[in-house]
Design a protein around this ligand. Structure first.
Ligand code: GLC
Length: 750
């Protein structure tokens, strides 16, 4: 049962005494747009050309003093004093950032506050599950709380801006950064994107617990060919708009103040130099008024792309496309002044980029309190506090997906006498935080072994590693099998190391790495009841386990509270509720494979030779999008559609009767999919358009009502216009993308 979400109460920020001096422009506008426009323009008018360029230059790392002992160099101090940078990334610590900010607002001429950025992706000091795991919760409220806790801790340490949420749609599990997003579906991805923006930015950006969000990587980064990071993404505009851009628009609608331009090209144009993406769509169509930052050296990478001949041309193409801030290429620092003096970049273009950056700084309240409420005392209060740890455990529990449970092996009985805990991830601290874990301490990660020992104190728990994650040695497998033979139950933790997913960490195989497959087979050969727990950053090929192992949990990388959360599920304190946010293939040979695919002219039929299929493998996935089991079972019955015909402005109500047919209470995620049967262009066989969590006691039954706004059926038609097309639609309501009751309705013209 999902507890009511306790979102961290936004503190009431008493605007700090201004650091203004007499005669300066009023810099404490109320957050209303008109005041900010006037003040931004007055600040802009007072800047020199060099100071304007400085606002568009971001430096990374190595800029702090304090516990690290590193001193700010005289050169760095001079860069800030001269107003040659507007933002630093990878600098944390209330004390460290305070000294840098003090230089900016007290020693420089223009006294414009710095913006401190960091990748706060799934936690700061308290590490939450990786974003793909969080998406498996299908719980936007819990994900919002996760982002809120991350923001609260980061803000207390002087961070103003996170380069998150990563909202890239990923249909290829070979791609390492699938771990960092919310999977393959635009609707679920949009819900998660909006939840994370709300969590990071809070109800008010002036709340000292709020930080600026950054929707990334704009756009199409997840479409990399071959699942190889940074590779070409040849995405047709219709797919770009109706699949890849959907979560970005949701992030913008939730108020995201920044976007990050991506490394990849689409159809010959690198996103970091694409006026179509950065201006036509983002500004002209979507009216975005925040700013865009490059991804690391993506402006400089326009040169190897063959899109610019030199850093000056790269700077020219990027800023004229609409890319406002240069993260680390220094093309803007080195070239913008001469480009402006030559007229290749107009002062109006430069001013608009600076205006956007200043606007975001004002919205965050930095001109009223450049320190945004960060103090060492607040840092001590917020980092890893019990409420944050509890939120991490709740999020981790909800991220776990039960893939198989033959004979109801799970939950394990509380009175077990002997348990063998085996595998290279069973007593592993460092990998459980996953990729992009941030400045966390993994020593206090709760391992699976810790969690089992705490939860089953009466049992004799024997731990054997068996083998390493990626190594070739097998000497430990025999002792692992021996430990299994001497125990009532075996819990086997296998998977990937955290560095096998994430940036520049793609795999050509979806197999368990190293000799873990041998370990699984030998342990299962003992005939003991085995629970296999997967810890990984992407869908893996679980085919053998699905056929030979009685119970399987997909636990991804769950962060600090991994061991507690998995033990809660293993022993029944929490019945699993997770549902897959991404398809699990039978083999890497099926990739790309995703549920919202087109039907083709020869729809897949494994019984018909001349259809879209493989000779050597069933065409269906091993586990479909939306799949997940729990410790009871549910029956869907009696689908009813309130009206047989609707118009685009209507909302259609669809009901089903759900019954808990098992012996335990449980939670079901009822999913609503739609198929547009005929369109001016071909349409997916299914599209997720809604879901609802339902808790039912054993034997309980309820009528579940799902509402479908008909305008959610809009798509980009043959004429590239986005609208609902009249015609027949099939609606499916069920437990995942491969099952469910169905009905039909018609959309008629307005
Ligand atoms: C990296 C990543 C991006 C991250 C940035 C700053 O290259 O692509 O997601 O935010 O650099 O660390």
């Amino acid at each position: 049962m999902r507890c009511p979400t306790v979102v961290a109460t936004a503190g009431i920020l008493c605007l700090a005494a201004s650091s203004l001096r007499a005669g300066e422009p009023e810099r404490q506008p109320s957050p209303n747009a008109g005041a900010i426009v006037r003040v931004v323009d007055s600040v802009l008018a007072g800047l020199t050309l060099q100071e304007k360029i400085g606002q568009l230059v971001q430096y990374s790392g190595g800029w702090s003093t304090g516990p690290s002992g590193r001193r700010i160099s005289d050169e760095q101090r001079q860069i800030i004093r001269a107003g040659q940078t507007g933002s630093l990334l990878n600098v944390t610590g209330a004390a460290e950032t305070h000294e840098l900010q003090r230089i900016a607002v007290e020693e420089s001429r223009a006294r414009i506050p710095l913006l401190f950025g960091l990748d706060v992706i799934h936690g700061f000091k308290t590490t939450f599950p990786i974003p793909l795991a969080e998406a498996a919760s299908w719980d936007p409220d819990a994900v919002e709380l996760s982002a809120r806790v991350s923001a609260t801790e980061a803000a207390a340490s002087g961070v103003h801006w996170t380069f998150a949420p990563m909202v890239d749609i990923a249909r290829d599990p070979r791609w390492g950064r699938i771990a960092e997003g919310s999977g393959e579906d635009p609707y679920l991805g949009a819900r998660m994107a909006a939840a994370r923006v709300r969590g990071f930015q809070g109800a008010s950006l002036r709340d000292p617990a709020s930080i600026i969000a950054c929707a990334k990587h704009y756009a199409g980064y997840g479409g990399a060919e071959g699942g190889r990071d940074y590779n070409t993404a040849d995405i047709p505009q219709r797919t770009l708009r109706d699949v890849y851009l959907v979560p970005f628009k949701a992030a913008l609608d939730a108020g995201a103040q920044t976007f990050m331009a991506s490394f990849n090209e689409i159809d010959g144009v690198p996103s970091s130099g694409s006026r179509f993406l950065l201006t036509t769509i983002l500004r002209d169509e979507w009216k975005f008024d925040g700013f865009v930052v490059s991804d690391w050296n993506s402006i400089g990478e326009l040169i190897p792309h063959g899109f610019a001949a030199n850093p000056g041309e790269a700077a020219e193409r990027a800023i004229n496309a609409g890319l406002d801030m240069d993260m680390e290429s220094h093309c803007y620092r080195d070239s913008l002044e001469s480009l402006v003096r030559q007229g290749r970049v107009t002062i109006a273009t430069l001013d608009e980029a600076v205006r956007r950056v200043l606007r975001v700084k004002f919205r965050l309240g930095l001109f009223s309190d450049p320190y945004h409420g960060a103090t060492p005392e607040r840092e001590r209060q917020e980092l890893r506090n019990p409420a944050h740890v509890a939120a991490a455990r709740k999020m981790a529990r909800e991220s776990i997906v039960l893939m198989k449970n033959a004979g109801s092996l799970l939950p394990l009985p509380p009175n077990l006498k002997s348990i063998a805990v085996i595998g290279p991830l069973a007593s592993n601290h460092g990998d459980l935080v996953g990729t992009w874990a941030g400045p966390t301490d993994t020593n206090d990660v709760v391992t699976l072994l810790d969690g089992i020992r705490e939860t089953a104190p009466g049992a004799q728990v024997t731990y054997v590693q068996g083998c390493s994650i990626a190594g070739a040695e097998t000497t430990g497998i025999a002792s692992a099998a021996a430990a299994a033979r001497q125990s009532e139950v075996v819990i086997l933790a296998v998977g990937e190391s955290e560095d096998m997913s994430g940036e520049a960490s793609c795999r050509s195989s979806l197999e368990l790495p190293g000799r873990q497959k041998d370990l699984v087979r030998e342990v299962c050969a003992t005939g003991k009841p085995v629970v296999v727990i997967f810890m990984n950053g992407r869908p893996l090929d679980l085919s053998w386990e699905q056929n030979h192992v009685p119970a399987i949990l997909e636990t991804w990388f769950l962060g600090h509270e991994a061991g507690h959360a998995i033990a809660d599920v293993l022993f029944g304190a929490y019945a699993p509720t997770g549902r897959l946010p991404v398809t699990f293939p039978r083999s890497v040979g099926q990739v790309p494979i995703y549920y919202n695919h087109k039907n083709t002219g020869r729809p897949t039929d494994d019984q018909e030779h001349y259809t879209s299929r493989y000779l050597d493998l069933p065409s269906s996935p091993l586990y479909p999008f939306g799949f997940g089991l729990t410790y009871t079972s549910f029956r869907y019955a009696d689908l009813r559609i309130a009206r047989e015909t609707v118009k685009a402005a209507d909302t259609l109500l669809v009901t089903i009767t759900l019954t808990n047919t098992g012996l335990r209470a449980g939670d079901e995620t009822v999913q609503l999919y739609v198929r547009d049967e005929v369109g001016s262009v071909t349409r997916p066989v299914r599209e997720l358009k809604g879901f609802q969590h339902v808790h039912l006691d054993a034997g309980g039954s309820t009528v579940v009502t799902l509402s479908l706004p008909v305008d959610a059926l809009a798509f980009t038609g043959l004429d590239m216009r986005h609208r609902v097309e009249p015609g027949m639609f099939t609606v499916y309501v069920g437990p995942n993308a491969a099952e469910g009751l169905q009905g039909r309705f018609q959309v008629v013209p307005q």
